[in-house]
Ligand binder design. Structure first.
Ligand SMILES: C[S@@+](CC[C@H](N)C(=O)[O-])C[C@H]1O[C@@H](n2cnc3c(N)ncnc32)[C@H](O)[C@@H]1O
Length: 281
C-alpha cells in the first residue's frame, strides 16, 4: 500500500508525486484560495517530499518562512534535494515526529498545515489542542483529510455496491485501520473539531471528479483507491465472492475483458475534506 521507509501506508514519494501531478490544478487553486500573506510563518506537518510546501512557498517571500516536518527521513532527504534544485530559500525541512517537535520547539506560527497527516496520529484531538496553543494571534490551522466512503465509482451493479457499502460501514464501526492510517478519518473530524471548544471552523472542501475516458495515470490512481477498498473487504465482506467481484470491476484478468473504465457512463469522484480552524477572539 505505497508505504514509505517508516512503514506508513499511502506515504511513498512515488505515490504522493503521482497523486500531486493528477490533482495539481485543484491543489494550486486551493492554495490560492487560502490567501497566504507574504510574511507568514508557516508550519507544515507531514510534508512528505514537499509537494505542498513548494506550492505554498511561492506565496511567501523572504520575510516569511515555512518549517516543514516529517517523521520519515527518506522523504525529508528527497525534499532537501528538491529544495536545492529549486533554489528555494524560505523553507526548512526537518525530520521530526509531530509530538516531539511540539515539545522541543517554542515558536508561534501564523498557519499550521496538516494535509493527509492527522489521520495517522494516535491522538489527533490532543495534538490539535496543542497546535492551537502554537498559533499567533489571528493564526489558523488547515486540515485536509479524506474518507474512503466518499468515493463514488459508477457504474457498478447495485447489489455489489450495497454489499461493499455494508462492509465499509462495518469496518468503520470496528475502527479498522490500514497500519496507523485511518481510512474513515474525515467522518470523525466534526466531533474532534467541535471538542476543541472556542474555535471557528470554515470549510474549503473540494470534489475531485473524473468522467468518461481516463488517462493511464488517472486509471492507476482509481485502481489504487479501489485496492484500498479491496484490502478492507478481505476482512469485512459478508460473502466470499465480493472481493473477487470487486477486483474484476477494476482489474481485467485478460486484456479483452471489459472493466468499469470501458463504460460510457464511467464516473469516479471523491471529496477532499478541508477545514480552517481559528481561535475565537
Ligand atoms: C499521506 S502522507 C501526506 C504527505 C503530504 N502532506 C501530502 O499530502 O502529499 C502522510 C505523511 O505524514 C507523515 N507522518 C505520519 N505520522 C507522522 C508523525 N507522527 N509525525 C510527523 N509526520 C508524520 C508521513 O511520514 C507521511 O509523509
Amino acid at each position: 500500500m505505497h508505504k514509505n521507509n517508516s512503514g506508513l501506508a499511502l506515504s511513498h514519494t512515488h505515490w504522493l508525486d503521482d497523486h500531486h501531478a493528477l490533482k495539481y490544478s485543484m491543489r494550486a487553486s486551493l492554495i490560492d484560495q487560502l490567501r497566504f500573506s507574504t510574511n507568514e510563518e508557516v508550519l507544515e506537518i507531514g510534508c512528505g517530499a514537499g509537494n505542498w510546501t513548494f506550492l505554498i512557498s511561492d506565496y511567501i517571500d523572504h520575510e516569511g518562512h515555512i518549517t516543514a516536518i516529517d517523521i520519515d527521513s527518506e522523504s525529508i532527504s528527497i525534499a532537501n534535494n528538491r529544495q536545492n534544485l529549486l533554489a528555494k530559500k524560505n523553507i526548512t525541512f526537518e525530520e521530526s515526529e509531530i509530538n516531539h517537535f511540539l515539545n522541543e520547539d517554542n515558536r508561534q506560527f501564523d498557519t499550521i498545515i496538516l494535509f493527509n497527516t492527522l489521520s495517522y496520529l494516535k491522538t489527533p484531538q490532543s495534538t490539535l489542542n496543542n497546535l492551537l496553543k502554537k498559533l499567533r494571534s489571528g493564526g489558523r490551522i488547515i486540515i485536509k483529510d479524506t474518507d474512503i466512503s466518499s468515493d463514488l465509482y459508477w457504474p457498478i451493479c447495485p447489489e455489489i455496491l450495497g454489499k461493499v457499502s455494508t462492509a465499509l460501514l462495518k469496518a468503520a464501526k470496528n475502527n479498522v485501520k490500514t497500519g496507523s492510517y485511518d481510512p474513515f478519518f474525515a467522518r470523525k473530524l466534526p466531533s474532534i473539531l467541535s471538542s476543541l471548544g472556542n474555535v471557528t471552523i470554515d470549510t474549503h472542501s473540494q470534489a475531485f471528479t473524473l468522467i468518461g475516458s481516463t488517462t493511464r495515470e488517472e486509471k492507476y490512481y482509481i485502481q489504487q483507491n479501489a485496492s484500498l477498498v479491496a484490502n478492507i473487504l478481505k476482512t469485512n465482506a459478508s460473502d466470499n465472492n465480493l472481493l473477487a467481484n470487486w477486483k474484476k470491476i477494476f482489474f481485467p484478468s485478460r486484456i479483452t475483458e471489459k472493466t468499469i473504465f470501458d463504460s460510457i457512463d464511467f464516473i469516479y469522484s471523491m471529496t477532499e475534506f478541508i477545514f480552517e480552524i481559528k481561535n475565537k477572539k
